[in-house]
Design a protein around this ligand. Structure first.
Ligand code: HEM
Length: 403
């Protein structure tokens, strides 16, 4: 960002690597900022405005394919489901997949995710004993996230890296043509999987969709594909990013790690605090359905409005000392205004939030009980170079065995 807030570019590497200082200034001086890049968009940064917009689907519609991403590297013509439709159709689509996210079904995952995390931690400890440096992104966060999603959605475990690659390429604003190729490859993969489930149904996500009806018709192949694109894509990078940011914080704030080791009862509250602090999906887009006057800015019908969940989650008006992880911040009764917006708000509130919470709580337990303190081996962490997501692409550490 330059001196004029209207020159804002969330994907500028300088902005993306350290967005919170810029957000602080925008919240104070220009709460509705304008960026002309990537097709042009307004950016809401204050908690109250972002939460209000996320909940008001009549004024801020999601019902435009691709509008939720700023920008989608490869422009989409089909909506992802149920993300890019509004009520009442949204409610009918969401009802179809609600059973997949039932708390009991997610709880069944726990022993398998615990076993996966323990095996990854054992491998880290083995390598540390040999004096090796480990990368907590490639050697822990990504495989845990991929393994959990493979379990949850009945995808073949060995295909996880394919999904991760497609997601990265689809959202890489620097290489839109490659993003389009990645979308085609992913769609071909999904179509093959759908055809296989048609031949031999299983007790899984795709078979459930193939057996479902909306408004009296069976879901088309296009609708099934649109559900799969989101279901398989939404949970890989996001949860890995949440874990990488959390582990980086623990590595650089040993007193926070010690506090959690001493008080394991705080883990549930700490999960919420790390989710707030990390905000892996920093921004989601909407379209204005009518002309609006927002803090004196004239937003026109059809304009893209980006909701910065990241800035909202770091708004000191709601979260005092927002750039510090206060592990008992969410220990008391949650008030409506004090909820973090990491999973959005309103009708599109993230369906996979319990899966993400499960992974993060298991990770926090492992890294505050079984794993010795972490010592980063690089002075500066390597952040991903995009402004709509936040996570580390590498976190090299040594484990201080013997402490
Ligand atoms: C830390 C990890 C995650 C974060 C930060 C995250 C964030 C979000 C956010 C912000 C939204 C709302 C989008 C909007 O406002 O338009 C959302 C929606 C959604 N998420 Fe997640 N998510 C995470 C993990 C997951 C996982 C693991 C899954 C699936 C297994 C998942 C599936 C979905 C789905 C299906 C929706 C669409 C809900 C709807 O439109 O009704 N997410 N997520």
């Amino acid at each position: 960002m330059t001196d004029t807030p209207d020159d804002l570019d969330i994907h500028d590497p300088a902005f993306a690597s350290d967005p919170y200082q810029a957000y602080e200034r925008l919240r104070q001086e220009c709460p509705v900022a304008r960026g002309e890049q990537h097709g042009g968009y307004w950016l809401l940064t204050r908690y109250a405005d972002v939460r209000e917009a996320a909940r008001d689907w009549r004024t801020y519609t999601s019902s435009v394919p691709g509008v939720t991403s700023i920008p989608m590297a490869a422009r989409r013509t089909e909506p992802q489901l149920p993300l890019e439709v509004d009520p009442p159709l949204h409610s009918r689509y969401r009802a179809l997949v609600n059973p997949v996210f039932a708390p009991a079904r997610i709880e069944q995952l726990r022993p398998r995710v615990e076993a996966l995390a323990a095996a990854l931690v054992d491998a880290l400890l083995d390598r540390t004993q040999r004096g090796e440096t480990v990368d907590l992104v490639a050697d822990y966060a990504e495989p845990l996230s991929l393994g959990t999603l493979a379990e949850f959605t009945s995808l073949p475990h060995q295909d996880g890296p394919l999904w991760l690659g497609w997601q990265r390429r689809m959202f890489d604003v620097r290489h839109p043509q490659d993003g389009a190729r990645a979308t085609q490859e992913m769609n071909a993969y999904i179509e093959a999987l759908v055809a296989e489930r048609r031949r031999a149904p299983r007790d899984d996500f795709i078979s459930l969709l193939l057996d479902s009806e909306v408004d009296g018709h069976r879901l088309s192949d296009g609708e099934v594909r649109a559900f799969c694109q989101l279901q398989f894509g939404a949970g890989f990078e996001t949860t890995a990013d949440a874990m990488s940011v959390t582990l980086q914080y623990l590595a650089t704030h040993p007193q926070t790690r010690d506090a959690l080791t001493a008080s394991p009862g705080l883990l549930t509250a700490a999960v919420e605090e790390f989710l707030r602090y990390a905000t892996p999906i920093q921004i989601f887009g909407r379209n204005a359905t009518r002309d609006l006057d927002l803090h004196g800015r004239q937003v026109k019908q059809g304009d893209v409005v980006a909701l910065s969940y990241a800035s909202a989650n770091h708004d000191p008006a709601v979260f005092p000392d927002p750039d510090t992880c206060i592990v008992d911040r969410f220990a008391g009764p949650a008030t409506a205004s004090g909820r973090h917006l990491t999973f959005g708000a309103g009708v599109h509130l993230c369906l996979g939030a319990p899966v993400a919470r499960l992974e993060l709580s298991i990770t926090l337990r492992e890294f505050t009980t079984c794993v010795p303190p972490l010592r980063p081996t690089e002075e500066q962490p390597t952040w991903k170079a995009r402004g709509d997501r936040r996570g580390l692409s590498r976190l090299l550490v040594q484990l201080d065995a013997g402490s």
